[in-house]
Design a protein around this ligand. Structure first.
Ligand code: UTP
Length: 292
């Protein structure tokens, strides 16, 4: 354990984006409420953070996003009905989706100016301590959650930790790619970030997914409100300013990653989570067979 590291107690969930890739499904319904198997994306990432020991959950919401907070509310009428019908399994599932009192905090991002801006909107609630960011778009299927794995890396090295995965070399021009230094087991130290390099110029094939543990100094860089790619305030641009100043590691996490912000990733995740759920697994298998 790196003794100078403060523990990671808080997690930020940026959920104020427009979700245009899923229109018209997301015209009224937040993208983060789309279900993977039996629970919405936001609940998958909430559970990952809770199981990693996070104590405070900070949602950065926006217009039409109130449903996200309501999903974690206590629902007395529903619970009474399920209880009177003897539906103990469903009752347990509903209770598991409730957030204990005093744990959920929300702030607003009035306009979707980019991920970096959404994270900045949480600066007062985070304060002067390290914190995690989880994007509900990204889900990782593994017994030990991705954030729990990252916290172990953080406890070893301190500073900043991001989750990274290999992408096919011919596709490096679609991603932000890492320039890496020393390899330390599953972790790598990060020297630089290169946006969408051509395969022949890419310094590695490692790309960041939506899991971060960052130091509060990130807010100083975000508060400049500098516009980057797509004219948005980018988290990556602010992170790049911490490279070389603070420890910065990428963790090659274990588990299957799904980019549920894309339609294909979303479909793949539903199949994978259906296949691992004993309640529907056999049915999903036979449906896939029939369809093919
Ligand atoms: P995306 O980059 O996937 O953007 O955001 P998006 O608007 O949600 O979706 P598309 O690309 O239009 O389909 C990744 C995460 O960051 C949040 C989103 O809600 C999502 O959880 N986000 C993004 C914000 O909270 N605010 C922003 O300004 C942008």
């Amino acid at each position: 354990m790196n003794v100078s590291s403060k523990p990671v107690r808080k997690a930020v969930f940026p959920v104020a984006g427009l979700g245009t890739r899923f229109l018209p499904a997301t015209k009224v319904m937040p993208k983060e409420m789309l279900p993977i198997n039996d629970r919405p994306l936001i609940q998958h990432v909430y559970e990952e953070a809770r199981d990693a020991g996070i104590e405070e959950f900070i949602f950065v919401t926006g217009r039409y996003k109130n449903m996200l907070e309501e999903h974690f509310d206590y629902q007395p009428e529903l619970e009474e009905t399920l209880s009177s019908r003897g539906k103990e399994d469903m009752l347990a599932a509903v209770r598991d989706s409730e957030m204990p009192e005093g744990k959920l905090f929300t702030t607003r991002q009035p306009k979707p100016l980019g991920l970096g801006h959404a994270v900045w909107c949480a600066h007062k609630l985070v304060g002067n301590e390290p914190f995690a960011i989880l994007l509900p778009d990204d889900i990782v299927n593994h017994e030990k959650g991705c954030l729990a794995q990252m916290i172990e890396t953080y406890n070893e090295f301190g500073g900043n930790v991001v989750a990274v995965k290999n992408v096919p070399r011919e596709e490096t021009n679609k991603y932000g790619i890492l320039d890496i230094g020393e390899k330390k087991g599953a972790a790598v130290s990060i020297k630089g970030l290169v946006e969408k390099p051509n395969p022949e110029d890419a310094p590695s094939t490692l790309s960041i997914i939506g899991r971060y543990i960052l130091q509060p100094e990130i807010f100083e860089h975000l508060s400049v409100f500098e516009r980057g790619a797509g004219n948005e305030i980018q988290l990556t641009d602010a992170m790049a300013k911490l490279l070389g100043v603070q420890p910065f590691h990428g963790l090659r996490f274990e588990g299957q990653h799904f980019d549920c912000g894309s339609r294909l990733g979303f479909i793949a995740a539903n199949l994978a989570y259906g296949l691992k759920d004993p309640a529907v697994s056999a049915g999903v298998r036979s449906i896939i067979k029939d369809l093919l």
